[in-house]
Design a protein around this ligand. Structure first.
Ligand code: GDP
Length: 208
């Protein structure tokens, strides 16, 4: 599967060090490939791996790009690497954060640099509030909305929480291309429900 060449199904994983990018990469890959560090600031080479996902009865060949952590002393060098990576045809960017720490200055700094480099202009950007190991950790999710990304999902890469929701969202919103086969019958991913947001003026409905 390593010779997969569907650049349109490329997904890049970015974020400051130690938020769980490698763990998420391995989880989405379904096997161990990236090194997981428990020390922040360890720089790694970029890692690209191909994987097949089955979502809604269809097969998607996806190329996952894990990046070394950005931030800290090596910021300039690493951020350049990130720019290259994300521009290389990624259809979606997973911006990973640590839900236990809330949005940090380092998170904001990484986002700001990526935005300045126009790296997030044309891609779907999904914020991942990682380390939501239990439901109670999900309470922190709303703190991240101020970072103004397209979506935020609570995930635990380590305990495989929220991973299927993430794949569903990627397939639905990033427009991933499914493998074509004579017996492929598209099956709706989910029965989507509509939810109305109501409230008096100026209480933050739009932000929400
Ligand atoms: P990276 O530097 O962003 O690639 O982070 P790593 O994947 O190397 O993970 C950093 C640390 O966070 C490691 O000790 C992981 O075991 C831990 N970690 C990653 N994902 C989770 C998670 O979902 N929950 C918890 N509790 N810890 C996690």
């Amino acid at each position: 599967m390593n010779n997969l060449t569907q650049p349109s199904n490329r997904i890049a994983i970015v974020g400051r060090p130690n938020v769980g990018k490698s763990t998420l990469f391995n989880r989405l890959l379904g096997r161990k490939r990236a090194l997981v560090h428990n020390q922040p600031g360890v720089t790694r080479d970029r890692m690209v791996e191909a994987v097949e996902w089955i979502v809604g009865g269809l097969t998607y060949r996806v190329e996952l790009v894990d990046t070394g952590g950005v931030g800290g002393e090596n910021f300039t060098q690493e951020i350049n690497q990130q720019v290259d990576l994300a521009l290389e045809g990624s259809q979606a960017v997973l911006f990973v954060t640590d839900s236990r720490e809330g949005p940090t200055d380092a998170d904001r700094e990484v986002l700001q640099k990526l935005r300045k480099a126009h790296i997030l202009d044309n891609q779907l950007v999904i914020g991942i509030a990682n380390k939501c190991d239990t439901e109670k950790h999900e309470a922190a999710l709303s703190e991240f909305y101020s970072l103004s990304l397209d979506y935020w999902l609570p995930v635990s890469a380590e305990h495989a929480r929220g991973i299927e929701d993430l794949k569903d969202l990627l397939v639905r919103e990033a427009g991933l291309t499914a493998e074509q086969g004579p017996s492929d019958v598209p099956i709706p991913i989910r029965d989507w429900h509509q939810i109305a947001i109501v409230g008096r003026p100026n209480v933050g409905k739009s932000t929400f």
